[in-house]
Design a protein around this ligand. Structure first.
Ligand SMILES: Cc1cc2nc3c(=O)[nH]c(=O)nc-3n(C[C@H](O)[C@H](O)[C@H](O)COP(=O)(O)OP(=O)(O)OC[C@H]3O[C@@H](n4cnc5c(N)ncnc54)[C@H](O)[C@@H]3O)c2cc1C
Length: 458
């Protein structure tokens, strides 16, 4: 790193908070995408908005790329420093500033880990509904910057629906506040929602005020097996048509059922699909809803319908869902490469089948799990990433899958975002005019293109 850059950064954040030795910066060369790599010039670990503002102002003057980073759990290469630059590690900014039960809001710093917030809110009988599966690691800044979803999104929406206000350091170092602590707000363009899902390309979120809800009194889970993916998909629509909005509907294909069965040495029914429906609310209401769900599932051709009400029963029903990602690499001896697309709900069975056909064509084993209630499909490819030829085939299968999804009216990302992984495909979904509008927005905020450059096709 050049001496002036090193001296300036050390002056801002202190000697110990600038990392430049290869062994220190190695963890920052990749993220959960696994595929993408890039070496940063250095890593800085600030502890206040003021420090971040000074770093970014300096980087902008020097035209040095800046990459905001939370826990690095994203699947799309969104924090990989593909153009070098300064990685800003936000995990040190981890204070919960305020929990306000009377106003149903909380304010947190960007580095607060999702699960930590969840456990603190639970002390007040409150929760923040978005529930990414990476809760134990991911930071609230990363969750907001990726507009993370989760299993409860079908009833409660995604991150976008639960963020009221943000403190952001712009690419020129200026600090702004968007939105307010109110549940409604119509004061001009909605910049809060523009930053949600912006993948660190427009500015660095340092604080967020979030909308909260009381924890539902009760939750039941009902599981069912189907002998065809069509019947399972139809059941998902029929549950809505029966007037029920569950908290979650998780659908797994035979690939997941078989892998978990082999991995745990446990026998499951020899079936094509496994569906778990979760309902929440007041205790009395949850009983009625569970009865209705069971009835719809049976009428839709389900077998072995089971209802869980205790923690042990919950865990038993959940086993195929929770162990799937661990079972696959242990069974195939290859790495999981998790892809994320979203389709109209009525296209789920077709999407499951076509994704499998595409993967078969390229010789890539695939297992599919879906947040079925909102059409979000995760296709887990098993790939030997040491083999360039196999990796290239997996990439072709991925791109063909995304193009098929666009053709049937779906989207190339339901919740994992674009990053590097889907940067080239984004224009195929949104078209050149919308893509140019996105680039124009980027230029307004970041005319020197220092903020996480090369991501989202910008
Ligand atoms: C096991 C596992 C399960 C997962 N389950 C889900 C799931 O259910 N739903 C889901 O949506 N995702 C899921 N993910 C993906 C990932 O966890 C989420 O995208 C998460 O929100 C990323 O948070 P992070 O702190 O790791 O962010 P990072 O990966 O560090 O960063 C992600 C992006 O946010 C930007 N960023 C980070 N912090 C800031 C900030 N303070 N200001 C501005 N930009 C910032 C980065 O530049 C980057 O573009 C999962 C990942 C794993 C590994």
């Amino acid at each position: 790193m050049n001496l002036k850059v090193a001296q300036t950064l050390r002056k801002i954040v202190g000697e110990d908070n600038v990392l430049e030795l290869l062994e220190d910066i190695l963890p920052y060369t990749l993220d959960a995408s696994i595929i993408y790599r890039g070496v940063p010039t250095c890593v800085v670990r600030p502890h206040s908005t003021e420090e971040i503002s000074e770093i970014v102002k300096f980087a902008n003057e020097q035209r040095i790329p800046v990459i905001p980073r939370g826990a690095g759990t994203n699947f799309v290469g969104a924090v990989v420093p593909s153009n070098g630059g300064i990685v800003i590690d936000l995990t040190g900014m981890n204070r919960i500033i305020e929990i306000n039960p009377a106003n149903l809001t909380c304010t947190v710093e960007a580095g607060v880990v999702h699960a930590k917030l969840e456990s603190e809110l639970a002390k007040y009988g409150l929760y923040w509904p978005p529930d990414p599966g990476s809760s134990d690691a991911c930071t609230m800044g990363g969750v907001i910057a990726m507009n993370a979803g989760g299993m409860r999104a079908l009833k409660y929406g995604t991150t976008r629906d639960w963020v009221l206000s943000l403190k952001v350091v712009l690419p020129n170092g200026e600090v702004i506040k968007t939105g307010s602590k109110t549940f409604k707000g119509n004061a001009g363009y909605d910049l809060t929602r523009l930053f949600v899902g912006s993948e660190g390309t427009l500015g660095i979120i340092t604080e967020a005020t979030l909308k909260l809800r009381p924890i539902p009194e009760a939750e039941n889970r009902i599981s069912a097996y189907f002998d065809s993916i069509e019947k399972a998909g139809a059941a998902v629509s029929k549950i809505y048509m029966a007037g029920i909005v569950p908290a979650a509907m998780e659908l797994m294909d035979r690939g997941i059922i078989t892998a978990v069965s082999k991995w745990l040495g446990k026998k499951f029914p020899d079936m094509d699909a496994y569906l778990i429906v979760s309902v929440d609310g007041l205790r009395s209401e949850v009983e009625t809803l569970s009865n209705k769900v069971e009835q719809v599932l049976k009428e839709s051709g389900a077998s072995q319908v089971l209802r869980a009400t205790t923690k042990e029963e919950f865990d038993e029903i959940w086993l195929i869902r929770s162990e799937g990602a661990t079972a696959l690499p242990n069974i195939t001896g290859k790495m999981n490469v998790t892809h994320d697309v979203c389709v109209p709900i009525n296209k789920l069975p077709e999407a499951f089948k076509t994704i499998r056909e595409i993967c078969n064509k390229y010789g890539i084993p695939v297992a599919i799990v879906s947040h079925a209630g909102d059409g979000n499909v995760h296709a887990i490819f098993s790939v030997n990433l040491q083999d360039p030829e196999e990796s290239a085939r997996a990439k072709k299968a991925h791109d063909e899958m995304c193009r098929y999804i666009i053709k049937i009216g779906g989207t190339i990302s339901g919740e994992h975002g674009i990053g590097i992984d889907k940067a080239e495909l984004l224009v195929e979904e949104v078209g050149p005019v919308v893509m140019e509008l996105m680039r124009a927005i980027k230029r307004v905020f970041d005319p020197n293109n220092i903020m996480n450059p090369g991501k989202m096709g910008l």
